[in-house]
Design a protein around this ligand. Structure first.
Ligand SMILES: [Zn+2]
Length: 827
């Protein structure tokens, strides 16, 4: 029985979860169904590993999953939260949630599964050594081993080579760990607690999916070629076309892709394991002959393929039921559980079976009631009956045959357990370490997202056969633009505590107001809200009492906060807001992330506000601001007393600029605002007349090039960056006004920066610019293009690649002081 338990553990650990799409569950067409029946005969798994969302080769994944019919998965070591966001203001953890969902959306198209480790994407890294010193090396290696041991790939494909430094350090590190994990997965002494659950696993080999990135292809001996450009007549697409749709899901990265058609060669080089001569699957039998006692199954599968009728797929159901039962009777093997799920999915598809469970609300609190409707409908005349519906805390016997196209509908009232855990993404439930997320429940490690908080199981059958279909309990509604939309039902706190800001900056001794919105997750929620704060601060009142009658009700309360001592340079503290409701402490807020290509995501941040006190002098305060995508700098500037007017196209065209002390251009504004170059003359005239123009970086890369003219004199934007946020900063022109006025700067102003110093520095510039700072990453020459300034006419122009867009929203004092000086430069 031991082996059976292993199989069960494997199924639980890393089977494709009930991934949630934005729309209703998809039903296969008859040709997709035929392809799914054919897939039942292929027995083998392949795992692709790289570092980030977008590193994966979607064309190869599409080919392996749909042409070779292998169970294919992409293991992205990180969730990509250190990148930049082209579609909204989300950065950090919320961006990681978006990228996770973009990968799941891509996988729904190319048919692969998706896994992750606990590694954090801490931003650009120039070496594998640096990466592996920030990640918890053993934990991340163990996570990759865990995915290998439970997914059991025959072949592992690494996107990157384990040597070399031509790409991101996280890339090289992912490859090094993959090769190491390939060996460690087979070693019973490595993390034996995993071995108890899923056993060891020896993949046949690891190969590198070689890339040339625009360089001529090197035809080296030992290089394996694979043409993945085939066309699939059952699906009506080539894998290049499928890959383009899949890759275009990476919308937060601007990866809309055009399809390729015709031959598409992929190249592979052996990294470890058994030698290879023709094909990456050399020496592997990818059929049921790898499992003893499968003779009858193979015959049944052949018959099912042969007899399949596209116009009456339900006629295959008796055979598919027999196949499912035969799979169940096989001795434990690494493929059995997944193949049973595929067989059940084929039965569901053949019956045109619609099974859905939807609730009257999308959020429910522990202890509350929830109305749930279930519907089961066989759209083809199938010999099936609905035997049972299992809901959380309730099993409803049914035992009714499913008449063709006649739904069986029920409404149930559920009581959610008072101890039900909140639907917090598992890797965000605890504050993470600098390089690594924590996961309290080891069974969730590797999974892309939490299993659904609430799900329904429909038990169906025919004669002696029985099988079940699970669906997340969802909420559905009709959007006037998008049509029918689905979202999962989540468990939320009875009371949600949402401070209006995550950061409060005090540039002087004056008190500030903080508004906090209390929102009821249930009816009749009453209690008190208390702020918790260290002694350097005064806050009033000491508490607020509240009483919320209805679910969804909101109440806004205000606290006044005041720093009570003078800063030597600066000091900061964390304010925690803790509510008490019927003896339970509640200190989490609730926010949603909405983008139309992914399901609505929810975050439950701790109700905490960072307070920072430092002295900031401002010589000019009236600013016009041209926004970059998802720009949070204007809000950060308003916090410290600037008057910020956002300049849309119309005001740029029609209104004079000389009413502003300075005009600031947001990060990547030149990349997204195609009309900005038309205002170049107007902006330069504004500078010549005495204005100050501060331009934050725009990127010059594959996504877009920037216009020739941004400043009054030529300069080029390069790909140079300094990723070490603690890199020493040298004042090249120590008495330059931007380092002296109105805030005299010193080294302390470059302490406490986050993630990076800056990026997209100027590479070459006219001698009329002054390069004010110099800095560099370890082992690199000094980079002087982070901050260029010049006088022009009566005014001044500044270009900066310093990462103010990260530092200001994070409340870094020195960044505020330097930015205030840039705004003040000129007249
Ligand atoms: Zn990458």
């Amino acid at each position: 029985m031991k082996s059976l338990q292993l199989a069960t553990a494997l199924g639980f650990a890393l089977s494709a979860p009930l991934a949630f799409a934005v729309g209703p569950p998809k039903q296969p067409s008859a040709s997709e169904l035929l392809r799914n029946i054919e897939r039942l005969s292929t027995v083998g798994n392949v795992l692709y590993v790289a570092a980030h969302p977008d590193d994966e080769n979607t064309r190869l994944l599409a080919y392996l999953a749909n042409e070779k019919l292998l169970r294919t998965a992409y293991l992205s070591v990180t969730r990509g939260e250190g990148g930049q966001n082209l579609i909204g203001p989300e950065q950090g953890f919320p961006l990681g949630l978006i990228r996770t969902q973009e990968l799941l959306a891509a996988r729904r198209i190319d048919g692969a599964d998706q896994f992750f480790t606990r590694a954090r994407d801490f931003g650009f890294s120039k070496s594998a050594e640096e990466t592996l010193s920030i990640w918890d090396r053993d934990a991340i290696l163990a996570d990759i081993v865990w995915v290998i041991r439970s997914f059991k790939p025959d072949v592992i494909i690494s996107r990157f080579p384990p040597q070399g430094s031509e790409t991101h350090g996280q890339h090289t590190a992912s490859a090094q760990l993959t090769v190491e994990a390939f060996r460690a997965a087979a070693d019973p002494k490595f993390h034996p607690e995993q071995v108890e659950k899923v056993g060891t696993w020896q993949a046949r080999r690891v190969v590198w999916n070689k890339f040339f990135f625009g360089r001529p292809i090197e035809e080296a001996p030992g290089l394996i070629k694979l043409d993945v450009g085939a066309y699939n007549p059952l699906l009506g697409v080539s894998y290049g076309e499928m890959a383009a749709v899949s890759r275009s899901m990476h919308k937060s990265q601007g990866f809309g892709a055009a399809p390729s058609r015709g031959p598409a060669l992929e190249y592979f080089e052996l990294l470890a394991g058994e030698p290879v001569s023709r094909d990456i699957f050399d020496g592997l039998d990818l059929s049921w002959s790898r499992v003893q006692g499968s003779k009858k199954l193979v015959e049944l599968l052949a018959k099912a393929r042969q007899k399949f009728k596209a116009t009456a797929p339900q006629e295959s159901i008796p055979q598919l039921l027999e196949i499912q039962a035969e799979l169940q009777s096989l001795p434990a093997n690494p493929w059995k559980d997944e193949k049973q799920k595929e067989a059940v999915a084929a039965i569901v598809g053949a019956a045109g079976l619609w099974a859905d469970a939807y609730a009257s609300e999308y959020n429910v609190a522990p202890g509350a009631e929830l109305k749930v409707n279930t519907v089961v409908l066989s759209r083809n005349p199938a010999p099936l009956e609905l035997r049972e519906v299992r809901l959380p805390g309730k099993t409803v016997p049914v035992h009714k045959p499913l008449a063709a196209n006649q739904p069986i509908q029920m409404e149930q009232l559920l009581r959610i357990s008072a101890e039900a855990p909140l639907s917090i993404p598992y890797w965000l439930a605890q504050p993470p370490a600098p390089g690594t997320f924590r996961a309290d429940n080891p069974a969730l490690i590797g999974l892309p997202e939490n299993p659904p908080s609430l799900s329904a199981e429909f038990v169906l059958g025919s004669g002696r056969y029985s099988f079940s279909v699970s669906r997340p309990i969802s909420y559905k509604w009709t959007d006037p633009v998008e049509g029918e939309r689905y979202r999962p039902v989540r468990i939320v706190p009875r009371l949600m505590v949402n401070p209006e800001l995550a950061l409060l900056v005090f540039p002087d001794d004056k008190p500030k107001q903080l508004r906090v919105v209390l929102k009821a997750g249930d009816a009749h929620v009453a209690g008190t809200l208390r702020p918790e704060l260290p002694a350097d601060w005064r806050i009033s009142p000491a508490f607020h009492s509240f009483q919320l009658a209805n679910k969804g009700d909101e109440l806004e309360v205000t606290f006044q906060i005041e720093p009570v001592r003078k800063p030597a340079s600066f000091f900061s503290a964390t304010l925690s807001l803790v509510a008490e409701v019927e003896g339970r402490k509640m200190s989490r807020g609730y926010t949603e992330i909405q983008h139309s290509h992914i399901p609505i995501q929810a975050m439950f941040p701790e109700a905490q506000v960072k307070l920072t006190r430092f002295d900031l002098q401002k010589a000019k305060t009236n600013i016009g601001y041209i926004l970059g995508p998802g720009d949070e700098v204007p809000a950060a500037l308003r916090q410290v007393g600037y008057k910020v007017t956002i300049l849309e196209d119309e005001s740029l065209r029609n209104e004079p600029l000389d009413r502003f002390d300075a005009v600031v251009v947001g990060v990547r504004a030149y990349n997204v605002n195609r009309r900005l170059p038309f205002y170049h003359r107007k902006l330069m005239d504004y500078v010549a007349g005495g204005g100050t123009l501060v331009v934050q970086y725009s990127t010059s890369n594959r996504l877009s090039t920037v216009p020739q003219e941004i400043g009054p004199y030529p300069f080029e934007i390069s790909q140079e960056r300094v990723t070490d946020e603690n890199a020493a900063v040298t004042f090249e022109i120590p008495n330059h006004p931007v380092l002296r006025q109105p805030n005299p700067l010193g080294q302390a102003d470059f302490a406490g920066w986050i993630q990076e110093r800056g990026l997209y520095f100027a590479g070459k510039w006219s001698e009329r610019y002054e390069a004010i700072l110099s800095m560099h990453d370890p082992g690199e020459p000094p980079r002087k293009g982070s901050l260029l300034a010049t006088r022009y006419g009566k005014g001044a122009f500044v270009y900066t690649g310093l990462a103010f867009f990260r530092q200001l929203p994070a409340g870094v004092p020195g960044a505020y002081r330097l930015f205030a000086n840039l705004i003040a430069y000129g007249r």
